[in-house]
Design a protein around this ligand. Structure first.
Ligand code: BGC
Length: 687
């Protein structure tokens, strides 16, 4: 290696290598690097042996359309992972996705999706985690750690306030500073602190009038200066196109415009950037500033050391499929179980009917639901998995009247190719469109009523990525299980849960309102889908997103945030704290005991919420601050401890433009859902 190629020396630290390479690139080459070459890669700079950098879509696995049309592990929807409340599983899923990204010859996966779920109707809820920034960021951070442990860059998306799909490319989120910071930025900020993501995707929409891709306040002042983000920022595909141009995006800090397509992205075209340079709107330092984080990512993923010359087509890895199955099992949320109707006992059941439009539906098809579409080597549908499980033990019949038990699999759908959904106005869980109704499609409502008339022993299983209004038939069903989109192993997972091989342990990562009118994002159309003439969506609920609103206004949700039943029972007791008086830099530890007092193995999620009793500003009654999932055998007891610090007492002060905690009394609540908090203890924050 000659002296000039020192950046190729993998023994040197990354910042030194970035410096060397940056010094060797000429302006033309730098400009070529900041815009995609094609849909999924950047341009190679042959003179300096800079290989192309390849991306693939996520976040449900390595997407088919962006990975040389390879079949890969289809994980359950991100919202199903969130319902596991299991950080270890989030890491495992991330690691598996990272590995598969490498196998298909890419360097970055466009995942995870972490937008806060602000409304039950957002078409992309299935790709996101939660209505709560703590749950979302704790799990999001683990996914990222998993991905990056394989030397693959994540791309946490979509920064920020892209919480609905309607007019996503032009609408402006109208949001106040405190709400932006306390709910939406907090989510990204914690992820950055915990996982140091190497990539981030900026949203399509405008925020208070300015497009994300040219928003200096969001990209520079908040992302770099406040949150300390060190990775590169990529535009959502085509998002820079609507901005005021190259110099604004460069000044704001957009590092990469994607894709490389004449129609979708022309902002960072060489001619335009050169023009901005010649006119003195930007200078070479500005370009260097943009290129640097991108090169940092190149070195972080080992771009120069490990080009994969033989990307794999199909990927069929049983260990990854097992992770997918475990997520599906742990994510299923048991919403009703009258008189312990479940689990089903095959010794007592002779005939089972497996019915409903989602029983045999295959979801893993190219572009189904949008850019997240993963096509797996095989997909075990509910029907397939249940049928296989039952085989030889009971008979599968097709008439509800003939069955001892009916398993009715209903829910939503990704529709078809997402562009067709858009054009044909088909709604469901799909990118580019929001739902207009909180209910199931009319024919499914009817099907549930008719089936219940024919056979009252009908268990409803929901396959969907968003909350659904179940009020019309909830009272009539003996059991209700939410299976989300359970991925390629979903049918097996479903059988194991229904027949009691595993006890359900999923908890809702969001609130199910009784009706849309009760929901903070739906108090008026201005709030959702927005005033479409003005192209503005008003976040007038402020910080009262999800359960924060229901708790504050004492509105009974249909199912509260954090809720989910089990086949066994847990007792939680003895909350304690290692110090009563907390000072500025202190850490404090809260512990509770948990015992499985039922007859089956199971898992419980212990949730810690904190209430500020004396505050100069309006605050939610309680906010989630920590959680842990515990697995316990019958009779087993464990202690779980949570390390907390001042940050869990803070709110965002608009006066001081920063997060702060005010001295006074705080109550720490512990329990098993946002509405089941039997234990509490007080602390004093002294500052
Ligand atoms: C989506 C992104 C996706 C990108 C590339 C966009 O339409 O919003 O989430 O990663 O396309 O497919």
């Amino acid at each position: 290696m000659n002296k000039k190629q020192k950046y190729l020396d993998s023994e040197l630290d990354i910042e030194t290598r970035v410096d060397y390479l940056l010094n060797r690139l000429n302006v033309d080459e730098k400009v070529r690097l900041i815009r995609g070459k094609d849909f999924w890669t950047t341009e190679a700079i042959e003179r300096l042996k800079v290989p192309k950098f390849g991306m693939t879509d996520g976040p449900l696995g390595v997407a088919y359309h962006s990975s040389n049309k390879g079949k890969t592990t289809r994980f359950p929807a991100t919202i199903a992972l969130a319902a596991t409340w299991n950080k270890e599983l989030a890491f495992k899923m991330g690691k598996a996705m990272g590995k598969e990204t490498k196998l298909v010859g890419r360097h970055q996966i466009l995942a995870p999706g972490v937008n806060i779920i602000r409304s039950p109707l957002c078409g992309r809820n299935f790709e996101y985690l939660s209505e709560d920034p703590i749950l979302s960021s704790d799990l999001g951070a683990e996914i990222i750690k998993g991905i990056q442990s394989e030397e693959i860059a994540c791309c946490v998306k979509h920064y920020v306030t892209n919480n609905s799909e309607t007019k996503r490319m032009s609408i402006s989120t109208e949001i106040d500073e405190r709400t932006l910071q306390e709910i939406y930025i907090k989510n990204f900020g914690r992820i950055i602190r915990k996982a140091n993501p190497w990539g981030l995707m900026v949203c399509y929409n405008r925020v208070n009038g300015v497009y994300g891709a040219e928003n200096k306040y969001l990209l520079k002042e908040i992302l770099r200066d406040q949150l300390g983000f060190t990775g590169h920022v990529v535009s959502d595909w085509g998002a820079a196109q609507r901005t005021s141009g190259a110099s604004a995006c460069i000044k704001a800090g957009l590092n990469l415009e994607m894709p490389g397509s004449f129609i979708l992205s022309r902002t960072y075209r060489k001619k335009k950037v050169k023009k901005a340079l010649n006119e003195g709107k930007i200078n070479e330092d500005d370009i260097n500033h943009i290129v640097r984080p991108l090169l940092r990512t190149f070195f972080r993923v080992g771009l120069f050391e490990q080009e994969n010359p033989n990307p794999q087509g199909n990927i069929d890895i049983p260990e990854h499929q097992q992770i997918a199955q475990q997520i599906a099992e742990e994510g299923m949320v048991l919403l009703k179980n009258q008189n312990n109707f479940l689990p089903l006992n095959l010794e007592k059941i002779k005939k089972i009917a497996i019915l409903g439009p989602n029983a045999s539906r295959v979801f893993g098809k190219p572009y189904y639901g949008g850019s997240s579409a993963v096509k797996p080597p095989f997909e075990i549908t509910p029907y397939k998995g249940l049928n296989q499980y039952i085989s030889g033990k009971a008979e599968v019949v097709s008439n509800p009247e003939d069955a001892d038990i009916v398993l009715l699999v209903v829910g939503l759908n990704h529709g078809g190719h997402f562009l067709l959904n858009y054009l044909l106005n088909k709604e469901g869980d799909t990118e580019g469109k929001d739902r207009t109704s909180y209910k199931l499609p009319e024919e499914q409502e009817q099907l549930i009523h008719e089936t219940l008339k024919k056979n009252p022993n009908t268990i409803v299983i929901l396959i969907a990525g968003s909350p659904i209004d179940v009020s019309d038939w909830y009272d009539d069903v003996p059991a209700l299980l939410n299976a989300w989109y359970p991925g390629m192993m979903g049918g097996n997972a479903l059988a194991r849960v229904l027949f009691g091989e595993v006890s359900p342990s999923g908890k809702l990562p969001l609130t199910y309102p009784k009706s849309l009118e009760d929901h903070p994002a739906h108090k008026s159309p201005r709030r959702f889908p927005g005033n479409l003439d003005e192209l503005k969506i008003y976040y007038e609920e402020g910080i009262y997103v999800g359960y924060r609103y229901f708790d504050r206004n004492e509105i009974e949700p249909f199912f509260p945030f954090g809720f989910g039943l089990s086949y066994t029972e847990f007792e939680i007791s003895s909350i304690r704290i290692d110090k009563k008086d907390i000072h500025n830099e202190d850490q404090f530890e809260v512990s509770v005991d948990v015992k499985n007092i039922g007859k089956r193995n199971g898992a419980e999620v212990i949730q810690i919420y904190i209430q500020d009793n004396e505050s100069s500003v309006d605050r939610p009654p309680r906010e989630l601050q920590a959680f842990e999932k515990l697995f316990l055998n019958p009779g087993e007891k464990k202690t779980v401890s949570f390390q907390l610090d001042k940050s869990s007492l803070e709110f965002y002060s608009e006066k001081e433009h920063k997060f702060k905690a005010e001295p006074g009394k705080f109550t720490i609540w512990a329990g098993t859902s946002s509405r089941e908090l039997p234990l509490s203890i007080d602390i004093n924050y002294k500052s």
